[in-house]
Design a protein around this ligand. Structure first.
Ligand code: PMP
Length: 407
Protein backbone atom coordinates (compact mmCIF):
# COMPACT_ATOMS: atom_id res chain seq x y z
CA UNK A 1 0.00 0.00 0.00
CA UNK A 2 1.42 3.41 -0.91
CA UNK A 3 2.14 5.71 2.05
CA UNK A 4 -0.39 8.15 0.61
CA UNK A 5 -3.21 5.60 0.62
CA UNK A 6 -2.03 4.29 4.01
CA UNK A 7 -2.36 7.79 5.39
CA UNK A 8 -5.83 8.21 3.90
CA UNK A 9 -6.92 4.84 5.28
CA UNK A 10 -5.69 5.71 8.75
CA UNK A 11 -8.26 8.50 8.88
CA UNK A 12 -11.15 6.01 8.87
CA UNK A 13 -11.74 4.69 12.40
CA UNK A 14 -14.30 2.08 11.30
CA UNK A 15 -11.61 0.30 9.31
CA UNK A 16 -9.39 -0.02 12.36
CA UNK A 17 -11.25 -2.86 14.08
CA UNK A 18 -11.46 -6.60 14.05
CA UNK A 19 -14.29 -9.04 13.50
CA UNK A 20 -13.80 -12.73 14.24
CA UNK A 21 -10.20 -11.92 15.20
CA UNK A 22 -9.51 -10.52 11.74
CA UNK A 23 -8.98 -6.99 10.65
CA UNK A 24 -12.10 -5.70 8.92
CA UNK A 25 -11.90 -5.74 5.13
CA UNK A 26 -14.63 -3.37 4.04
CA UNK A 27 -15.75 -3.93 0.45
CA UNK A 28 -19.26 -2.49 0.65
CA UNK A 29 -18.67 1.18 -0.08
CA UNK A 30 -21.17 1.25 -2.94
CA UNK A 31 -23.84 0.68 -0.29
CA UNK A 32 -22.33 3.30 1.99
CA UNK A 33 -18.81 4.60 2.38
CA UNK A 34 -17.01 4.83 5.69
CA UNK A 35 -16.46 8.30 7.18
CA UNK A 36 -13.12 9.96 7.79
CA UNK A 37 -12.41 11.45 11.23
CA UNK A 38 -12.79 15.00 9.96
CA UNK A 39 -16.41 14.40 8.85
CA UNK A 40 -17.25 12.74 12.17
CA UNK A 41 -15.51 15.51 14.13
CA UNK A 42 -17.10 18.29 12.09
CA UNK A 43 -20.59 16.90 12.69
CA UNK A 44 -19.75 16.40 16.35
CA UNK A 45 -18.42 19.96 16.78
CA UNK A 46 -21.51 21.36 15.05
CA UNK A 47 -23.76 19.60 17.56
CA UNK A 48 -21.53 20.54 20.50
CA UNK A 49 -21.03 24.23 19.81
CA UNK A 50 -23.01 25.47 16.80
CA UNK A 51 -26.38 23.71 16.79
CA UNK A 52 -29.35 25.96 15.98
CA UNK A 53 -32.44 26.10 13.78
CA UNK A 54 -31.58 27.84 10.53
CA UNK A 55 -33.31 30.56 8.47
CA UNK A 56 -35.68 32.05 10.99
CA UNK A 57 -33.52 32.94 13.95
CA UNK A 58 -32.19 36.41 14.71
CA UNK A 59 -29.77 35.16 17.31
CA UNK A 60 -26.11 34.59 16.68
CA UNK A 61 -26.14 30.78 16.67
CA UNK A 62 -28.97 30.62 14.18
CA UNK A 63 -27.47 33.19 11.82
CA UNK A 64 -24.15 31.35 11.98
CA UNK A 65 -25.74 27.96 11.24
CA UNK A 66 -27.63 29.50 8.31
CA UNK A 67 -24.40 30.96 6.91
CA UNK A 68 -22.56 27.66 7.27
CA UNK A 69 -25.35 25.79 5.52
CA UNK A 70 -25.48 28.29 2.67
CA UNK A 71 -21.69 28.16 2.32
CA UNK A 72 -21.98 24.44 1.68
CA UNK A 73 -24.43 25.26 -1.11
CA UNK A 74 -21.67 27.36 -2.70
CA UNK A 75 -19.22 24.53 -2.14
CA UNK A 76 -21.49 21.98 -3.84
CA UNK A 77 -22.01 24.44 -6.71
CA UNK A 78 -18.22 24.55 -7.23
CA UNK A 79 -17.86 20.79 -6.74
CA UNK A 80 -20.36 20.07 -9.54
CA UNK A 81 -19.38 23.18 -11.52
CA UNK A 82 -23.00 24.32 -11.55
CA UNK A 83 -23.62 27.75 -13.04
CA UNK A 84 -25.58 29.12 -10.06
CA UNK A 85 -25.80 28.38 -6.35
CA UNK A 86 -29.60 28.36 -6.68
CA UNK A 87 -29.28 25.19 -8.78
CA UNK A 88 -28.33 23.20 -5.67
CA UNK A 89 -31.20 21.71 -3.66
CA UNK A 90 -30.48 19.89 -0.40
CA UNK A 91 -32.47 16.66 -0.18
CA UNK A 92 -32.26 13.50 1.94
CA UNK A 93 -30.46 11.52 -0.75
CA UNK A 94 -30.66 10.20 -4.30
CA UNK A 95 -34.03 8.52 -3.75
CA UNK A 96 -35.55 11.71 -2.41
CA UNK A 97 -34.09 13.76 -5.27
CA UNK A 98 -35.55 11.50 -7.96
CA UNK A 99 -38.95 11.46 -6.26
CA UNK A 100 -38.81 15.25 -6.16
CA UNK A 101 -38.07 15.50 -9.89
CA UNK A 102 -40.75 12.93 -10.73
CA UNK A 103 -43.42 14.62 -8.66
CA UNK A 104 -42.55 18.21 -9.46
CA UNK A 105 -40.97 18.32 -12.91
CA UNK A 106 -42.88 15.22 -14.01
CA UNK A 107 -46.25 16.71 -13.16
CA UNK A 108 -45.31 20.06 -14.67
CA UNK A 109 -43.89 18.88 -17.96
CA UNK A 110 -45.71 15.64 -18.76
CA UNK A 111 -49.18 14.72 -19.80
CA UNK A 112 -50.98 11.48 -20.51
CA UNK A 113 -49.24 9.49 -23.25
CA UNK A 114 -45.83 11.11 -22.70
CA UNK A 115 -42.83 8.88 -22.18
CA UNK A 116 -39.92 8.57 -19.76
CA UNK A 117 -36.99 6.35 -20.72
CA UNK A 118 -35.08 4.48 -18.03
CA UNK A 119 -32.51 1.73 -18.51
CA UNK A 120 -32.60 -1.91 -17.52
CA UNK A 121 -29.66 -1.30 -15.14
CA UNK A 122 -31.38 1.25 -12.89
CA UNK A 123 -31.54 1.09 -9.12
CA UNK A 124 -35.14 0.84 -7.86
CA UNK A 125 -34.81 4.51 -6.85
CA UNK A 126 -34.78 5.40 -10.53
CA UNK A 127 -37.54 2.99 -11.53
CA UNK A 128 -40.30 3.09 -8.96
CA UNK A 129 -40.85 6.90 -8.82
CA UNK A 130 -41.47 6.85 -12.59
CA UNK A 131 -43.78 3.87 -12.31
CA UNK A 132 -45.79 5.63 -9.60
CA UNK A 133 -45.99 8.71 -11.81
CA UNK A 134 -47.02 6.54 -14.76
CA UNK A 135 -49.85 5.01 -12.72
CA UNK A 136 -51.18 8.34 -11.58
CA UNK A 137 -50.70 10.34 -14.81
CA UNK A 138 -51.00 7.80 -17.60
CA UNK A 139 -47.47 8.34 -18.86
CA UNK A 140 -45.39 5.46 -20.19
CA UNK A 141 -42.10 4.17 -18.78
CA UNK A 142 -39.99 2.88 -21.67
CA UNK A 143 -37.07 0.58 -20.87
CA UNK A 144 -33.74 0.85 -22.67
CA UNK A 145 -32.45 -2.73 -22.50
CA UNK A 146 -28.81 -3.54 -21.93
CA UNK A 147 -26.55 -5.49 -24.27
CA UNK A 148 -25.28 -8.96 -23.28
CA UNK A 149 -22.02 -7.40 -22.03
CA UNK A 150 -23.89 -5.10 -19.64
CA UNK A 151 -23.48 -1.89 -21.64
CA UNK A 152 -25.96 0.35 -23.44
CA UNK A 153 -26.14 0.61 -27.22
CA UNK A 154 -26.61 4.21 -28.33
CA UNK A 155 -28.34 3.16 -31.55
CA UNK A 156 -31.05 1.51 -29.48
CA UNK A 157 -31.63 4.82 -27.71
CA UNK A 158 -32.16 6.55 -31.06
CA UNK A 159 -34.91 4.02 -31.82
CA UNK A 160 -36.62 4.63 -28.47
CA UNK A 161 -36.71 8.43 -28.64
CA UNK A 162 -39.74 10.06 -30.16
CA UNK A 163 -41.79 13.22 -29.86
CA UNK A 164 -43.43 12.02 -26.66
CA UNK A 165 -40.15 11.36 -24.86
CA UNK A 166 -39.99 14.03 -22.20
CA UNK A 167 -37.23 12.64 -20.01
CA UNK A 168 -34.38 10.15 -20.02
CA UNK A 169 -33.45 9.13 -16.46
CA UNK A 170 -30.37 6.96 -16.19
CA UNK A 171 -27.56 6.03 -13.92
CA UNK A 172 -24.04 7.29 -14.60
CA UNK A 173 -22.48 4.11 -13.16
CA UNK A 174 -24.38 0.87 -12.54
CA UNK A 175 -24.41 -0.10 -8.86
CA UNK A 176 -24.29 -3.76 -9.91
CA UNK A 177 -22.38 -4.10 -13.17
CA UNK A 178 -20.02 -1.18 -12.64
CA UNK A 179 -20.77 -0.08 -16.21
CA UNK A 180 -19.76 3.52 -16.82
CA UNK A 181 -22.37 4.84 -19.18
CA UNK A 182 -21.16 7.28 -21.86
CA UNK A 183 -23.37 10.01 -20.50
CA UNK A 184 -21.87 12.80 -22.63
CA UNK A 185 -22.89 11.03 -25.86
CA UNK A 186 -26.20 9.89 -24.40
CA UNK A 187 -27.12 13.42 -23.30
CA UNK A 188 -26.26 14.88 -26.69
CA UNK A 189 -28.47 12.30 -28.46
CA UNK A 190 -31.34 13.04 -26.06
CA UNK A 191 -30.89 16.81 -26.53
CA UNK A 192 -31.25 16.46 -30.29
CA UNK A 193 -34.67 15.04 -29.57
CA UNK A 194 -35.51 17.84 -27.12
CA UNK A 195 -35.54 15.30 -24.27
CA UNK A 196 -34.43 16.34 -20.78
CA UNK A 197 -31.92 14.15 -18.96
CA UNK A 198 -31.61 13.18 -15.29
CA UNK A 199 -28.34 11.54 -14.25
CA UNK A 200 -28.33 9.34 -11.14
CA UNK A 201 -24.85 10.06 -9.81
CA UNK A 202 -25.12 7.88 -6.68
CA UNK A 203 -22.30 5.61 -7.91
CA UNK A 204 -20.20 8.10 -9.86
CA UNK A 205 -19.78 11.11 -7.60
CA UNK A 206 -17.15 9.46 -5.35
CA UNK A 207 -15.10 8.07 -8.22
CA UNK A 208 -14.79 10.88 -10.76
CA UNK A 209 -15.09 14.62 -11.01
CA UNK A 210 -18.44 15.87 -12.23
CA UNK A 211 -19.04 18.96 -14.32
CA UNK A 212 -22.74 19.41 -14.86
CA UNK A 213 -22.21 22.23 -17.33
CA UNK A 214 -19.97 20.24 -19.60
CA UNK A 215 -22.25 17.21 -19.21
CA UNK A 216 -25.14 19.49 -20.16
CA UNK A 217 -27.57 17.42 -18.08
CA UNK A 218 -30.78 18.89 -16.71
CA UNK A 219 -30.70 17.11 -13.34
CA UNK A 220 -27.89 15.36 -11.48
CA UNK A 221 -28.51 13.68 -8.13
CA UNK A 222 -26.36 12.04 -5.48
CA UNK A 223 -26.26 10.94 -1.81
CA UNK A 224 -23.79 12.28 0.75
CA UNK A 225 -23.33 8.93 2.50
CA UNK A 226 -21.66 7.37 -0.55
CA UNK A 227 -19.23 10.30 -0.75
CA UNK A 228 -17.67 9.84 2.71
CA UNK A 229 -20.37 12.11 4.16
CA UNK A 230 -23.27 11.61 6.57
CA UNK A 231 -26.47 9.71 5.85
CA UNK A 232 -29.72 11.59 5.35
CA UNK A 233 -28.27 14.28 3.13
CA UNK A 234 -28.03 14.47 -0.63
CA UNK A 235 -28.10 16.87 -3.53
CA UNK A 236 -30.37 17.59 -6.43
CA UNK A 237 -28.74 19.73 -9.09
CA UNK A 238 -31.30 21.18 -11.49
CA UNK A 239 -30.95 23.79 -14.22
CA UNK A 240 -32.11 27.09 -12.78
CA UNK A 241 -34.76 27.82 -15.39
CA UNK A 242 -36.29 24.38 -14.79
CA UNK A 243 -36.24 24.66 -10.99
CA UNK A 244 -37.75 28.13 -11.29
CA UNK A 245 -40.72 26.73 -13.19
CA UNK A 246 -41.18 23.64 -11.05
CA UNK A 247 -43.97 23.65 -8.45
CA UNK A 248 -43.20 22.65 -4.86
CA UNK A 249 -43.63 19.00 -4.08
CA UNK A 250 -43.48 18.84 -0.28
CA UNK A 251 -45.18 21.54 1.77
CA UNK A 252 -44.26 22.94 5.15
CA UNK A 253 -42.09 25.51 6.83
CA UNK A 254 -39.28 27.34 5.00
CA UNK A 255 -40.65 26.61 1.51
CA UNK A 256 -43.33 29.32 1.70
CA UNK A 257 -43.53 33.02 1.04
CA UNK A 258 -46.93 33.74 2.61
CA UNK A 259 -49.35 31.20 4.04
CA UNK A 260 -53.03 32.11 3.90
CA UNK A 261 -56.02 30.14 5.05
CA UNK A 262 -57.98 31.08 1.93
CA UNK A 263 -55.63 28.72 0.08
CA UNK A 264 -53.78 31.49 -1.73
CA UNK A 265 -50.48 30.47 -0.15
CA UNK A 266 -47.41 31.59 -2.07
CA UNK A 267 -44.03 29.94 -2.18
CA UNK A 268 -40.38 30.71 -1.68
CA UNK A 269 -37.95 30.88 -4.59
CA UNK A 270 -36.02 27.82 -5.70
CA UNK A 271 -34.06 26.05 -4.31
CA UNK A 272 -35.63 26.84 -0.89
CA UNK A 273 -39.08 26.09 -2.33
CA UNK A 274 -37.98 22.44 -2.43
CA UNK A 275 -36.55 22.34 1.09
CA UNK A 276 -39.65 22.05 3.28
CA UNK A 277 -39.18 21.75 7.03
CA UNK A 278 -36.08 22.01 9.20
CA UNK A 279 -33.11 21.01 7.09
CA UNK A 280 -30.49 18.48 8.11
CA UNK A 281 -27.96 21.16 9.02
CA UNK A 282 -25.46 18.77 10.60
CA UNK A 283 -25.71 16.58 7.51
CA UNK A 284 -25.16 19.53 5.19
CA UNK A 285 -22.12 20.67 7.16
CA UNK A 286 -20.78 17.10 7.25
CA UNK A 287 -21.29 16.88 3.49
CA UNK A 288 -19.27 20.05 3.05
CA UNK A 289 -16.44 18.50 5.07
CA UNK A 290 -16.63 15.28 3.00
CA UNK A 291 -16.36 17.30 -0.22
CA UNK A 292 -13.30 19.12 1.18
CA UNK A 293 -11.80 15.72 2.06
CA UNK A 294 -12.32 14.44 -1.49
CA UNK A 295 -11.07 17.66 -3.09
CA UNK A 296 -7.91 17.66 -1.01
CA UNK A 297 -7.11 14.13 -2.18
CA UNK A 298 -8.09 15.05 -5.74
CA UNK A 299 -9.80 12.94 -8.38
CA UNK A 300 -6.53 12.33 -10.16
CA UNK A 301 -5.21 10.22 -7.29
CA UNK A 302 -8.63 8.71 -6.62
CA UNK A 303 -8.97 7.53 -10.22
CA UNK A 304 -5.39 6.33 -10.48
CA UNK A 305 -5.61 4.31 -7.27
CA UNK A 306 -9.09 2.94 -7.83
CA UNK A 307 -8.57 1.93 -11.43
CA UNK A 308 -5.37 0.05 -10.53
CA UNK A 309 -7.28 -1.68 -7.73
CA UNK A 310 -10.20 -2.55 -10.01
CA UNK A 311 -7.88 -4.08 -12.63
CA UNK A 312 -6.09 -6.11 -9.97
CA UNK A 313 -9.42 -7.26 -8.52
CA UNK A 314 -10.85 -8.23 -11.92
CA UNK A 315 -7.67 -10.14 -12.77
CA UNK A 316 -7.45 -11.95 -9.44
CA UNK A 317 -11.18 -12.76 -9.23
CA UNK A 318 -11.32 -14.11 -12.77
CA UNK A 319 -8.61 -16.63 -11.86
CA UNK A 320 -10.93 -18.30 -9.33
CA UNK A 321 -12.54 -21.34 -10.95
CA UNK A 322 -16.36 -21.36 -11.18
CA UNK A 323 -16.67 -17.63 -10.71
CA UNK A 324 -19.04 -15.64 -12.91
CA UNK A 325 -18.44 -11.91 -13.10
CA UNK A 326 -21.35 -9.89 -14.41
CA UNK A 327 -21.11 -6.91 -16.74
CA UNK A 328 -18.31 -5.34 -18.75
CA UNK A 329 -14.59 -5.80 -18.12
CA UNK A 330 -14.06 -2.09 -17.65
CA UNK A 331 -15.87 -1.11 -14.47
CA UNK A 332 -15.98 1.64 -11.93
CA UNK A 333 -16.07 0.82 -8.22
CA UNK A 334 -18.14 -2.36 -8.11
CA UNK A 335 -17.78 -5.99 -9.15
CA UNK A 336 -20.79 -8.31 -9.02
CA UNK A 337 -20.19 -12.05 -9.17
CA UNK A 338 -21.44 -15.48 -8.20
CA UNK A 339 -19.43 -18.52 -7.18
CA UNK A 340 -20.69 -21.68 -8.91
CA UNK A 341 -24.25 -22.26 -7.83
CA UNK A 342 -23.61 -21.26 -4.24
CA UNK A 343 -26.21 -18.87 -2.91
CA UNK A 344 -24.76 -15.34 -2.52
CA UNK A 345 -26.13 -15.28 1.02
CA UNK A 346 -23.91 -18.25 1.95
CA UNK A 347 -20.89 -16.72 0.22
CA UNK A 348 -21.44 -13.39 2.00
CA UNK A 349 -21.94 -15.07 5.38
CA UNK A 350 -18.77 -17.13 5.04
CA UNK A 351 -16.78 -14.09 3.91
CA UNK A 352 -18.06 -12.25 6.96
CA UNK A 353 -16.54 -15.00 9.13
CA UNK A 354 -13.21 -14.21 7.49
CA UNK A 355 -13.68 -10.52 8.25
CA UNK A 356 -14.59 -9.54 4.68
CA UNK A 357 -17.70 -7.38 4.27
CA UNK A 358 -19.38 -7.55 0.87
CA UNK A 359 -23.01 -7.12 -0.16
CA UNK A 360 -25.31 -9.88 -1.34
CA UNK A 361 -28.86 -9.80 -2.66
CA UNK A 362 -30.65 -8.07 -5.50
CA UNK A 363 -28.89 -4.73 -4.88
CA UNK A 364 -32.17 -2.86 -5.41
CA UNK A 365 -31.91 -3.80 -9.08
CA UNK A 366 -34.35 -6.70 -9.44
CA UNK A 367 -34.81 -6.17 -13.19
CA UNK A 368 -31.08 -6.78 -13.63
CA UNK A 369 -31.32 -10.00 -11.61
CA UNK A 370 -34.14 -11.09 -13.93
CA UNK A 371 -32.03 -10.12 -16.94
CA UNK A 372 -29.18 -12.37 -15.76
CA UNK A 373 -31.64 -15.01 -14.50
CA UNK A 374 -30.23 -15.15 -10.98
CA UNK A 375 -32.05 -14.47 -7.72
CA UNK A 376 -29.12 -12.54 -6.28
CA UNK A 377 -25.45 -11.65 -6.72
CA UNK A 378 -22.42 -11.00 -4.53
CA UNK A 379 -20.98 -7.52 -4.88
CA UNK A 380 -17.58 -6.22 -3.79
CA UNK A 381 -17.12 -2.47 -4.03
CA UNK A 382 -14.18 -0.23 -3.34
CA UNK A 383 -13.34 3.27 -2.19
CA UNK A 384 -10.18 5.31 -1.84
CA UNK A 385 -9.22 3.55 1.43
CA UNK A 386 -9.09 0.03 -0.03
CA UNK A 387 -5.86 -1.65 -1.02
CA UNK A 388 -4.52 -4.79 -2.68
CA UNK A 389 -4.49 -6.65 0.65
CA UNK A 390 -8.27 -6.21 0.79
CA UNK A 391 -8.60 -7.79 -2.65
CA UNK A 392 -6.28 -10.59 -1.60
CA UNK A 393 -8.40 -11.26 1.51
CA UNK A 394 -11.56 -11.36 -0.62
CA UNK A 395 -10.08 -13.79 -3.12
CA UNK A 396 -8.53 -16.04 -0.48
CA UNK A 397 -11.87 -16.10 1.32
CA UNK A 398 -13.63 -17.10 -1.89
CA UNK A 399 -11.10 -19.84 -2.55
CA UNK A 400 -11.63 -21.23 0.94
CA UNK A 401 -15.39 -21.17 0.53
CA UNK A 402 -15.05 -22.94 -2.79
CA UNK A 403 -12.85 -25.64 -1.27
CA UNK A 404 -15.24 -26.05 1.64
CA UNK A 405 -18.58 -26.03 -0.13
CA UNK A 406 -17.90 -27.05 -3.70
CA UNK A 407 -15.38 -29.88 -3.56
N1 PMP B 1 -29.11 4.95 -7.35
C1 PMP B 1 -28.02 4.17 -7.30
C2 PMP B 1 -27.27 3.86 -8.56
C3 PMP B 1 -27.59 3.66 -6.07
O1 PMP B 1 -26.52 2.87 -6.01
C4 PMP B 1 -28.32 3.98 -4.90
C5 PMP B 1 -27.90 3.45 -3.54
N2 PMP B 1 -27.61 2.11 -3.50
C6 PMP B 1 -29.43 4.82 -5.01
C7 PMP B 1 -29.80 5.28 -6.25
C8 PMP B 1 -30.25 5.20 -3.81
O2 PMP B 1 -29.49 5.99 -2.96
P1 PMP B 1 -30.06 6.39 -1.50
O3 PMP B 1 -30.50 5.10 -0.88
O4 PMP B 1 -28.88 7.00 -0.83
O5 PMP B 1 -31.18 7.33 -1.72
Amino acid sequence: MSPEIGHIRSQFPTLDQEFNHRKLVYLDSAATSQKPNRVIERTDSYYRMQNAAVHRGVHHLSANATDMMEQVRDQVKRFLNAAEREEIVFVHGTTHAINLVANSYGRLAMKEGDEVIITEMEHHANIVPWQLLAKSMGIKVVVWKIEPDGTLNLNTLKDLLNQRTQLLALTHVSNVLGTVNPVNDIISIAKQNGTKVLIDGAQSVMHQSIDVQSLDCDFYVFSGHKLYGPTGIGVLYGRKHLLDQMPPWEGGGAMIDEVRLDGETTFNESPWRFEAGSPNVAGIIGLGEAISFVEEIGFELIQQHESALMSAAMQRLSEIPDITIYGPTHKSGVIAFNLGDLHPFDVGSFLDRYGVAIRTGHHCAMPLMHRYQVPAMCRASIAIYNNKEDIKALCEGLERIRALLMS
